[in-house]
Design a protein around this ligand. Structure first.
Ligand SMILES: CC(C)(COP(=O)(O)OP(=O)(O)OC[C@H]1O[C@@H](n2cnc3c(N)ncnc32)[C@H](O)[C@@H]1OP(=O)(O)O)[C@@H](O)C(=O)NCCC(=O)NCCS
Length: 216
């Protein structure tokens, strides 16, 4: 049997995805100023960057052009629904239709927007899109061991720790593990109220769990 996820062309890249607290939209060139602020922040770099220290303006500009405006990845701006404020960005990179997999990334660049459920909802919406629309099989990510806020958020979205690269990161004067996490489509199917019942396995949505995690 040939498997191929529909990740080619623009059809898989929606103009927007609506959530309860946030809405995801395609980036526009005007978002560059926000990128320059977010990625020059040493705390964002500490939490998410392999290289020590924040990105230079040139690096940020290149990153914005290729990652946010380019078509090799599916990158969405995160806006607060009530105010339309732009607070961050999230992306699927290395979309692999042959193997049904992708890598997930997220940065809420506005620090005052941390810890209010925005990141968790953005990740949930992206995971729903990956499995519900793109028919992918696996979404994976890497996170530094000390980034507890991110790890808690990913766990709440159904990701599982699948491995660790021991002492791969030197930060704050010591070594830390890089943690690998992933979620598979059958796992998503078992917990998502939006997922259709899987006729092959009989798996059905479990609204109780989703309601507790996502308030719906
Ligand atoms: C990681 C990130 C996406 C999470 O999004 P968020 O909107 O801040 O987080 P949420 O409010 O949705 O959820 C955070 C979870 O961590 C918990 N949390 C909040 N602050 C925390 C802290 N300082 N330490 C540990 N856990 C914390 C929350 O209680 C929540 O867990 P719970 O649902 O089990 O209660 C966001 O903080 C971010 O972009 N940070 C900077 C860049 C980054 O770290 N990116 C990820 C790289 S892998």
């Amino acid at each position: 049997m040939v498997y191929r996820a529909p990740v080619a062309g623009r059809a898989w890249f929606p103009a927007s995805i609506e959530g309860r607290l946030i809405v995801l939209r395609r980036h526009v060139p005007e978002n560059l100023a926000a990128f320059r602020r977010w990625y020059a922040d040493p705390e964002i770099a500490r939490l998410a960057r392999y290289k020590d220290g924040a990105m230079t303006v040139d690096e940020i500009d290149r990153f914005f052009q290729t990652r946010a405006l380019g078509t090799d990845s599916m990158t969405m701006a995160i806006h607060v629904s009530d105010t339309d404020r732009l607070i961050g960005t999230c992306a699927f990179s290395q979309l692999d239709g042959d193997n049904g997999s992708t890598l997930y990334h997220i940065t809420i660049g506005e620090r005052d927007a941390w810890g209010q459920g925005f990141g968790t909802e953005a990740t949930r919406l992206m995971v729903d899109h990956a499995f519900g629309t793109l028919k992918l099989h696996r979404v994976a990510l890497s996170v530094f061991e000390f980034n507890e806020r991110a790890i808690r958020s990913y766990l709440a979205c159904g990701f599982t720790v699948e491995g660790r690269s021991r002492e791969a990161i030197w930060r704050d004067g010591r070594w830390w593990d890089e943690v690998s996490m992933s979620v598979l489509q059958p796992e998503w199917l078992r917990r998502s109220p939006t997922a259709p019942v899987d006729v092959a396995t009989g798996d059905s949505p479990r609204p109780g769990i989703a309601a507790r995690l996502f308030g719906r």
